[in-house]
Design a binder for this molecule. Structure first.
Ligand code: ATP
Ligand code: MG
Length: 233
């Protein structure tokens, strides 16, 4: 479904990605893990059109997307739930959800809004509340639901568990499992390696802008380098 080949990217004079390649098959959950600053978010920005790759190709469902602007990438079926949630603080929960559907051209938005409020009862309870006044966990659920409102075939998550209490982290993990069960393909970047690898059909370990290890979630979990550095064992 998604094929990233020899991706190079950077900021100004700094080169951050040095030839990253990986693929995501339809229906899979693929996780990218690795230390702070390794280039995971930079990779996601290239895929979603927030920045341009310096070299390499990104193919989605057979078409090249590495030169497309972000809104066209969303229309093709890729949506990102961004790091730090980035909900629209001065808009209500329902208004935020509707923003997630703004690139759509069909008339099913209201039905999907209802579906999201069913899937996330906490959002229904707070439908008219300003998003900026939600708790961190509630804001994460809103960011996830807003991403789903575009009906993505590939949904990308950047650090969905960041700063959340263990119980809420578990809830986020369960939510991602449910999303995958509905047939949505997932690309997940996550500092919480046990969650990321537990969900992953396939996983990639980043180090300093390169992928240094790959395998199934379980294979990476059992790899000594991963278990020592990322799972605290
Ligand atoms: N807008 C920017 N301008 C300049 N440098 C940047 C910018 N964004 C990221 N970088 C640098 O690029 C490198 C990779 O950052 P990136 O955000 O991709 O890492 P990451 O793997 O997502 O890390 P984390 O786990 O901390 O989120 C870092 O050295 C970072 O300082
Ligand atoms: Mg990041």
């Amino acid at each position: 479904m998604l094929n990233v080949k020899n991706l190079h990217a950077g900021y100004g004079k700094a080169n951050v990605l040095h030839g990253v390649s990986f693929e995501v098959k339809a229906g899979q959950c693929v996780s990218l893990i690795g230390a702070n600053g390794a280039g995971k978010s930079t990779t996601l920005k290239c895929i979603t059109g927030l920045m341009q790759a310096r070299q390499g190709t990104i193919e989605f469902e057979g078409g090249r997307i590495e030169r497309l602007p972000g809104h066209q990438i969303v229309r093709r079926g890729i949506t990102m739930c961004p790091e730090g949630r980035q909900v629209f603080a001065a808009m209500s929960v329902v208004e935020n959800l509707k923003m997630g559907a703004h690139t759509r051209r069909d008339a099913n938005e209201d039905a999907d809004l209802e579906e999201m409020l069913d899937m996330f009862p906490v959002l229904r309870k707070r439908a008219t509340q300003m998003a900026g006044t939600l708790s961190g966990g509630e804001q994460e659920m809103l960011a996830i639901a807003r991403a789903l409102m575009s009906r993505p075939r590939l949904c990308i998550f950047d650090e969905p568990s960041l700063g959340l209490a263990p119980k809420i982290v578990q809830e986020v993990g369960e939510t991602l499992s449910r999303i995958k069960a509905t047939g949505t393909t997932i690309l997940l970047v996550e500092q919480n390696a046990s969650m990321a690898l537990g969900l992953a059909d396939r996983a990639y370990l980043y180090e300093a802008g390169e992928i240094i290890l790959q395998g199934t979630g379980r294979e990476l979990m059992e790899h000594p380098e991963v278990s020592k550095a990322y799972l605290g064992e």
